[in-house]
Design a protein around this ligand. Structure first.
Ligand SMILES: NC(=O)c1ccc[n+]([C@@H]2O[C@H](COP(=O)([O-])OP(=O)(O)OC[C@H]3O[C@@H](n4cnc5c(N)ncnc54)[C@H](OP(=O)(O)O)[C@@H]3O)[C@@H](O)[C@H]2O)c1
Length: 329
């Protein structure tokens, strides 16, 4: 490792968020990237290594491995993966707290970026209390705030739903290919949300760009929340129609009842708590839309991005994304 560069440790480096951080900052003159993975031989880990990242094997469940991985870090990008282990709802909280406990003791640490989400229980005034994959990250954020020294050098990053969810969680969010009785193949999205519902989608591949902006601001963003949130400018049905036109395939948005949606989620074999989580998640977004990510203390990514950089909107994403993986499966 170069002695002149600061060590940036990236969790989730083989995933969407962390991968973007690695790809964006890999050739930065300031940082040496340590990409964390549990499996350094996986194709995605090997791709990072080929690009020049240092691979480091660690697991968010293992204190020893994380302590070693964080050693010497000036900066940490911390993301937990709620969906990795669905045997209990508490794993993510344990992982987050474990990582923060270790980070708090690091003498070299200058900046921690914690990828969290707001509490839907709070946003909804207690109406939706079961969106665990949001609320558990908010619990970890509260824990972070109790560690005063660490909190002063931490920035919380809230990332809105990714456009890439169509691929990442296709059966829940994305277009499903169906062949009708007429023998015609079409792509269908089934949701209880009305066709006019607007979502603040983002291109998760821009996480690195936002993280770079946060790092440039440095301590000014200590103890602050930054939201990476897109424009809610296109309703869901219109978005899907435009997609169908672009990829030249029949695309149909079907609104279903809330009960039908629960049945559909159950049919995917999700554990009952996740069926409730996802149902309330969709309901909360229909009711509150992008307001989920706003608040007096929340800084929007657009306020910190340098001139010439902005988050993609749907039209830009539509025209630049690779749709083949969705069309081929
Ligand atoms: N999808 C969305 O729209 C959205 C929006 C905002 C926030 N989020 C949150 O984003 C998180 C997931 O991030 P992502 O989408 O970037 O992930 P992803 O692409 O699904 O990849 C998961 C990453 O987590 C790593 N990982 C999983 N379990 C781990 C463990 N025990 N120890 C160390 N690393 C572990 C994996 O690394 P290896 O397999 O290489 O070890 C991989 O890099 C979730 O918590 C989700 O709630 C998602």
């Amino acid at each position: 490792m170069s002695t002149e560069k600061k060590l940036l440790v990236v969790l989730g480096a083989t995933g969407y968020q962390g991968g973007s951080v690695v790809r964006t900052l890999l050739h930065s003159p300031t940082y040496h990237i340590r990409a964390i993975t549990r499996n350094p031989t996986s194709p995605s880990a090997q791709a990072l290594a080929s690009a020049g990242a240092e691979l480091y094997t660690a697991d968010l469940h293992s204190t020893i491995s994380l302590t070693n991985a964080f050693s010497g870090a000036a900066t940490i990008y911390l993301v937990t993966n709620f969906f990795d282990d669905l045997s209990t709802t508490h794993k993510e909280i344990e992982q987050g707290k474990r990582a923060l406990d270790i980070a708090a003791k690091l003498p070299t640490l200058e900046h921690l970026i914690w990828s969290a989400l707001p509490s839907i229980t709070d946003v909804s005034g207690g109406k939706y209390r079961n969106v665990v994959h949001f609320d558990s990250k908010a619990v970890v954020t509260q824990y972070l705030k109790t560690k005063k020294d660490l909190w002063a050098k931490s920035t919380v990053l809230w990332i809105a739903p990714y456009f890439q969810l169509w691929e990442q969680m296709r059966t829940i969010f994305g277009p499903v290919r169906v062949v009708g009785e007429d023998g015609v193949e079409r792509f269908v999205i089934k949701k209880s949300a009305g066709p006019g519902m607007k979502m603040p989608w983002v291109d998760v591949e821009e996480t690195g760009m936002v993280v770079r902006a946060i790092l440039c601001k440095g301590r000014d963003l200590g103890g602050k929340v930054v939201a990476m949130v897109g424009e809610e400018n296109v309703g869901e049905a219109t978005k899907f129609k435009e997609w169908g036109e672009f990829v030249k395939r029949p695309a149909e948005y079907r609104q279903i009842t809330k009960e039908a949606q629960v049945k559909y989620l159950e049919s995917l074999g999700l554990p009952p708590f996740l069926v409730t989580d996802m149902s309330e998640h969709l309901a909360a977004f229909e009711e509150f839309q992008g307001k989920v990510y706003h608040g007096p203390e929340v800084i929007q990514a657009s306020e910190i991005l340098p001139e010439g950089e902005k988050l993609k909107d749907w039209k830009e994403y539509l025209h630049t994304a690779d749709w083949e993986p969705i069309l081929q499966k």
